[in-house]
Design a protein around this ligand. Structure first.
Ligand code: FMN
Length: 237
């Protein structure tokens, strides 16, 4: 698979087959992701890889924490990942709304008012949507902003490397709302920050979500050209 195909076929997969991924394959993907650029090559990332019983135990702890009302609110997270739901400015508020309706409404057929079913589906995050591999990505807290940029590059590289191997992924910020549970289970030291989770496995081609795709803004919506260019290549839409 070439880079363009990997980029175009990557999507957040939320339904996986119960097919294991070998240790060698996971290590190969991580070694590829580690080729990512980072500020002065500091490579601030660390990855926890969970499979089998440890993954099941973490899922149970996360679901129990959710049931006990121990989900940490946005403003109390370890780092300000995103605004509170009502505080998103435009155009992000509308895009976020469109995403929610596309996934829950159109693809899954769950009515907006059916909060119980939407919540039940959200809970699938905590078993990594049935993927055989769950990952938790952390970075050094010092220097934080740069390390978070580096972590984003690492995450994207890992997702593209997975595509090259016929695997799929879903990045998961939802996990950080249970950062105390993750810290305790994975013994994450205080000088490291939990960035997000990642589900890794083989996509279920029969699942209703296998046809779900998200739209993108056109290039001229987010690009300002300064200076002349040849205009003979059609942009990807
Ligand atoms: C850092 C990050 C965190 C995310 N967290 C979640 C999550 O917790 N649960 C989820 O289902 N999707 C999550 N996503 C997936 C986004 O919703 C998805 O990338 C976006 O809607 C675009 O769709 P696509 O990835 O299929 O192209 C996350 C994506 C990123 C980059």
């Amino acid at each position: 698979m070439d880079v363009e195909q990997a980029l175009l076929s990557r999507r957040s997969v939320r339904a996986f087959l119960p097919v294991e991924v070998s240790r060698g394959e996971i290590e190969r993907l991580l070694a590829l992701a580690a080729r990512s650029a980072s500020n002065s090559n500091v490579q601030p990332w660390h990855v926890h890889v969970l499979t089998g019983e440890p993954k099941r135990r973490l899922t149970a702890a996360l679901v129990a924490a959710m049931a006990a009302g121990r989900r940490v609110a946005e403003r109390e997270l370890e780092y300000p990942y995103q605004p509170e739901p009502g505080a998103w400015p435009e155009p992000f508020r509308s895009r976020r709304h469109r995403f929610g309706e596309g996934l829950y409404g159109e693809a899954l057929g769950i009515d907006r008012a059916d909060t119980a079913r939407r919540h039940a589906y959200h809970l699938r995050n905590y078993d990594f949507f049935g993927a055989p591999v769950g990952m938790v990505l952390t970075v050094s807290r010092h220097p934080l902003a740069g390390a978070l940029v580096d972590a984003g590059l690492f995450l994207q590289a890992l997702m593209l490397a997975a595509r090259g191997a016929g695997l799929d992924t879903c990045p998961q910020a939802s996990l950080i709302h249970f950062y105390p549970v993750l810290r305790a289970h994975l013994e994450v030291p205080p000088d490291r920050l939990i960035v997000c989770g990642l589900a890794l496995g083989y996509a279920d081609p029969e699942h209703v979500l296998s046809r779900h795709r998200t739209p993108r803004e056109p290039v001229d919506g987010f690009t300002t050209f300064h200076g002349p260019t040849d205009a003979d290549e059609e942009p990807i839409r």
